[in-house]
Design a protein around this ligand. Structure first.
Ligand code: C2E
Ligand code: MG
Ligand code: MG
Ligand code: MG
Length: 285
């Protein structure tokens, strides 16, 4: 696409743009039907304690198995769903799956079930005035303790509208924990830490990536743990891929981490095998 000093200049005969637009329209329509066609499924990625890798909770992550394209990343289809409006239906489906999974784990494993089940909420869902009420009804129906659920929201989504912040406050009032996701990468404003009720701050992978190097990212990771400590927030380091990163994070004072070094997102049944033993995988030292 032609991008000039004058900003975005898109000519309507640009064939690449037309092709992209067509793909977007087709994918958007297919996504609309994906829920009904049973093409979505959930995976759960463990969140662990440092340094011993003990199981602390899970984050629910949605997947779309497209009949022709195979697995489509939520990094692609969630933004698409936001643009086309199907996020409301997709989000409702995710919420239902997550709450039912949490209820099943609670029934079957009691104390050993994940203490915290996190799920992602999109900007659009936060703008639905009835959203918190829906969550409350679902939790009551399935008999799930709200304190077991963590609502992950991004800075950008919360800062979007007043309604979004009201929804976050309502969820928190119900007893859910609030996590600020991808912290530091959005329409970041530190005043969000003042205005938005949150108990957890997820430090974005892009910062964690640099934690073992002499880098601005490492300085940020180091100082965020002091900010979270001072504000009585739990910090979760996202996207931990190596033992060196895990060791350094522990040294800096991080107690919680998530990443491929410990475990990849996996089906609910596989998670159950992990919390039966309480050990996710490798410890740091
Ligand atoms: P997120 O909420 O920040 O989720 C963490 C993402 O990082 C997941 O990608 C996870 O698979 C990936 N990840 C975790 N550890 C590592 C690691 O060590 N290395 C690398 N390279 N990646 C790691 P995923 O599942 O592809 O999801 C991408 C994003 O899509 C999520 O980012 C979230 O913003 C969105 N998303 C996923 N599921 C849902 C959902 O159910 N609803 C909504 N609204 N958004 C969702
Ligand atoms: Mg998340
Ligand atoms: Mg994240
Ligand atoms: Mg992310």
């Amino acid at each position: 696409a032609a991008k000039s000093a004058g900003g975005d200049r898109r000519t309507w005969f640009d064939p690449l743009m037309d092709e992209l637009a067509a793909t977007e329209a087709v994918l958007g329509a297919q996504l609309q039907q994906a829920v009904g066609r049973d093409e979505l499924f959930m995976l759960y990625q463990p969140i662990v304690e440092l340094p011993d890798g003990r199981f602390a909770g899970v984050e629910a992550l949605v997947r779309w198995r497209h009949p022709e394209h195979g697995l489509v990343s939520p990094g692609v289809f969630i933004p698409l769903a936001e643009r086309t409006g199907s996020i409301v239906e997709v989000g409702r489906w995710v919420l239902e799956q997550v709450v039912r999974q949490a209820a099943a784990w609670q029934r079957e494993y009691g104390e050993r079930a994940p203490a915290k089940v996190s799920f992602n909420i999109s900007a659009r869902q936060l703008q639905e005035p009835g959203f918190a009420g829906e969550v409350a009804a679902l939790l009551a129906r399935e008999g799930v303790d709200p304190a077991r659920l963590v609502a992950e929201v991004t800075e950008t989504a919360v800062l979007g509208t007043g309604t979004a912040l009201d929804t976050v406050k309502a969820l928190n009032a119900l007893g859910l924990r609030i996590a600020l996701d991808d912290f530091g990468t959005g329409a970041s404003s530190l005043s969000l830490l003042v205005d938005c009720p949150a108990q957890i701050l997820k430090v974005d992978k892009s910062f964690v990536d640099g934690v073992t190097t002499a880098s601005p990212q490492a300085v940020i990771v180091d100082n965020l743990i002091r900010i979270t400590g001072g504000l009585r927030l739990e910090a979760v380091a996202e996207g931990v891929e190596t033992a060196e990163q895990a060791a350094r994070l522990h040294q800096l004072g991080y107690r919680l981490a998530q990443g491929f070094h410990f475990a990849r997102p996996m089906p609910g049944e596989d998670v159950a095998l992990l919390f039966e033993t309480a050990e996710v995988s490798r410890s740091v030292s």
